[in-house]
Design a protein around this ligand. Structure first.
Ligand code: GLV
Ligand code: MN
Ligand code: MN
Length: 432
């Protein structure tokens, strides 16, 4: 068995410069997982959290973990962790991400980070390399938040950011609770929560935005994640006949919702980048051509890397909603779905990612993440950073999501050597 070099190495990025992932095997794993819940005629898939499709995806990944002889644990929120033993016991260097998708998901979002982790372990096993510290690959429940809000639910509970009991009570957009669905699909595990902190966490993910491609850069060393504010607004008015009700006498929640959607966009434009605003879900009742709606329910997603500006956006949106509903003689209620402040990753892990990419001959850019990620939760408990690979046309949350094999390979190799370097750390390195 080849011991890992625990010294900082001049020979290569991790002291094992010849190790490299097998891109064909990684592509095959991505294809196999994408076949579960695949959206016909596309490369994408629909595996909303804790659905039957999610269960089948989980079963596939767990079977692969078993094939690699990992020690597998499942906790009460359904997070699954597979551990490869190291030369010493103790907290592992962990990678991972999520395998749930939005309803119109691509095959890379989340899945890449999990399957690249399996690939890395397969490479190490084949080479007979036992890392100094254990390595772990995790997939966290309901990262997307598309069925059960908030997003990053599994990793939030993992790090103690929400009590398990509270998380299990959350109702999905289609009715059932997280707890009931976990039981139903057989992933309500017993591993303790909050979980013990890993030694470090690194997440490989597609950028899901246009920056790397536009600048011709292969690797993003992610320094931060922007703050996320999600709310659901329900406006109630007076359902009435569309032909006979004069405009001045209407109490039209559909109008209020439309005005709010318009305002959110103008607000983001006025505040300027990186402020973004999205109304992604809008339901009118009874949703008929000739009926002034009785109610409108819509979601608002506001994000910014700057917490003060994000709070300003929230305040201004709230003021607009109140004034517009009042002027239309409607009432409204709001419900917070998710609220996470911006997160800064560990500078030393970010540096390690950037240096590793550089040592492997890849162009690298330090950058923030526009999307939410499990890594932002893990950053609460251990040194954490992320590796981004380019997304074609910046498209994601769309079956057309695509990252070229050469970029996937580069990202997975940066992960491999970053993890090996972290796993070689003893007491005086990043993991002190
Ligand atoms: C999760 O994918 C999010 O950023 O919405
Ligand atoms: Mn993701
Ligand atoms: Mn996503």
């Amino acid at each position: 068995m080849k011991p890992v070099n625990t010294e900082a190495s001049s020979a290569g990025p991790s002291g094992n410069p010849d190790l490299a992932i097998d891109i064909d095997r990684l592509l095959q794993r991505l294809a196999d997982l994408a076949a579960i819940g695949c959206i016909e005629g596309t490369e994408g898939c629909a595996r909303l959290a804790l659905t039957d499709e999610d269960k089948r995806g989980r079963d596939l990944v767990v079977a692969a973990m078993k094939d690699l002889d990992l020690e597998i644990t499942t906790d009460g929120i359904g997070n699954v962790v597979g551990v490869m033993a190291g030369q010493i016991d103790g907290p592992p260097v962990m990678c991972g991400s999520h395998i749930d998708t939005v309803r119109t998901g691509g095959r890379y979002d989340g899945n890449l980070g999990v399957l690249a982790g399996l690939e890395i372990i397969e490479v190490l096993k084949a080479a007979g390399v036992t890392p100094y510290r254990p390595l772990a690959v995790a997939f966290f429940t309901d990262e997307e938040g598309a069925r059960f809000a908030p997003d990053m639910l599994g990793s939030l509970v993992y790090v103690g950011g929400m009590p398990l009991e509270e998380a299990l009570e959350i109702e999905g957009i289609d009715g059932p609770t997280v707890g009931a669905e976990l039981e139903r699909i057989g992933y309500a595990g017993s591993s303790p929560l909050p979980a013990a902190a890993p030694a470090a966490f690194v997440e490989l993910h597609v950028e899901q935005g246009p920056v790397l491609e536009a600048e011709g850069i292969t690797i993003g060393a992610v320094e931060s994640v922007q703050g996320i504010s999600w709310q659901e607004v329900t406006v109630t008015g007076q359902s009435n006949h569309a032909g006979t009700t004069p405009m001045a006498l209407r109490k039209d929640p559909g109008y209020v919702a439309a005005a709010c959607a318009n305002f959110a966009r103008e607000l983001a434009l006025e505040l300027g980048a990186p402020q973004v605003a999205t109304v992604g879900r809008l339901e009118l009742h009874p949703n008929l051509v000739n009926v002034v709606p009785a109610s409108a329910t819509f979601t608002v997603d506001l994000r910014n890397t700057d917490e003060a500006t994000l709070q300003d956006a929230e305040r201004r949106f709230a003021d607009f909603l109140e004034a517009t509903a009042e002027a239309e003689h409607c009432t409204f209620e709001t419900r917070e779905l998710a609220r996470f402040e911006p997160v800064l990753f560990d500078k030393r892990v970010v540096d390690l990612v950037a240096d590793t990419a550089d040592a492997l001959g890849h162009s690298v850019k330090r950058m923030p993440s526009g999307a939410g990620h499990d890594a932002q939760m893990l950053a609460r408990v251990c040194p954490t950073a992320m590796v981004f690979t380019p997304s074609r046309d910046g498209i994601s949350h769309n079956p057309a999501e695509y990252t070229a094999p050469a970029d996937l390979e580069a990202g997975a190799n940066v992960m491999l050597h970053t993890m090996l370097a972290l796993a070689a750390e003893d007491t005086d390195g990043i993991i002190g």
